[in-house]
Design a protein around this ligand. Structure first.
Ligand SMILES: C[S@@+](CC[C@H](N)C(=O)[O-])C[C@H]1O[C@@H](n2cnc3c(N)ncnc32)[C@H](O)[C@@H]1O
Length: 209
């Protein structure tokens, strides 16, 4: 009896669907990447961590601005695609790692900037993700969580993002986790409106508003 080493048909279909989804995320993401990089004031010398990097548009934008970058995503398909695109575009100074917001595979106090674009609404445990962002950031480092602005009551894909009330809740969660200078702003990025919740890790330990 011979055992076939061929992948199963459902396996092939699932993998193809994952690759198509990943490829679709390479389209039209540049404007959001530039807006977030502008807000973070990314400059040479920055160490940027992109959580939920997908195919890596924002991570490469940070690298273009002179930062050293780590893109983190739980999807092996996304990480592989990000790596391939970066090789093709000769985008250096980016390391791609499998990992999640809840378990960032990096040591403490490493980053000057942590950001997540269109990723927070996917996180399984937002409190754990915010705690991880704070751990990975150096004192004085900045966190930016950018999502598409959505309307209350939106359904399906239109609900993938944050309503103003949900952004207010997220800002409260950043404050509760010890971030300071917490702000929420909306900004146009190409055809989308982004809502960006940001904060700074304080230079001294404790929590403050
Ligand atoms: C809509 S895509 C956004 C990708 C990229 N940030 C962009 O804006 O083009 C959402 C990404 O979040 C990732 N993701 C899902 N769950 C996650 C988690 N728990 N932690 C971090 N990233 C996650 C997905 O794998 C996916 O790559």
């Amino acid at each position: 009896m011979s055992i076939s080493a061929q992948p199963s048909r459902p396996g092939v279909i699932a993998r193809t669907a994952a690759v198509v989804t990943a490829l679709s995320m390479t389209v039209g993401r540049g404007a959001a990447a530039r807006v977030v990089a502008d807000l973070a004031e990314v400059a040479p010398g920055d160490q940027v961590v992109d959580i939920g990097c997908g195919p890596g548009t924002a991570a490469r934008e940070a690298a273009r601005r002179g930062a050293t970058v780590t893109g983190v995503d739980p999807s092996a398909v996304m990480v592989n695609l990000a790596r391939r695109i970066s090789r093709l575009r000769r985008a250096h100074h980016v390391v791609w790692l499998e990992g999640s917001a809840e378990a960032v595979p990096l040591c403490d106090d490493r980053a000057t900037v942590v950001w997540a674009l269109s990723s927070v609404h996917h996180w399984r445990d937002r409190a754990a993700g915010i705690t991880e962002a704070r751990r990975v950031l150096r004192p004085g480092g900045r966190l930016l969580l950018a999502e598409r602005l959505t309307r209350p009551g939106a359904r399906g894909h239109a609900a993938h993002g944050l309503t103003p009330d949900q952004a207010t809740d997220l800002a409260g969660e950043l404050r509760a986790a010890g971030f300071i200078e917490v702000s929420t702003r909306t900004q146009r990025a190409g055809r989308r409106t982004l809502i960006v919740v940001g904060g700074e890790r304080p230079c001294s330990g404790g929590t403050s508003a």
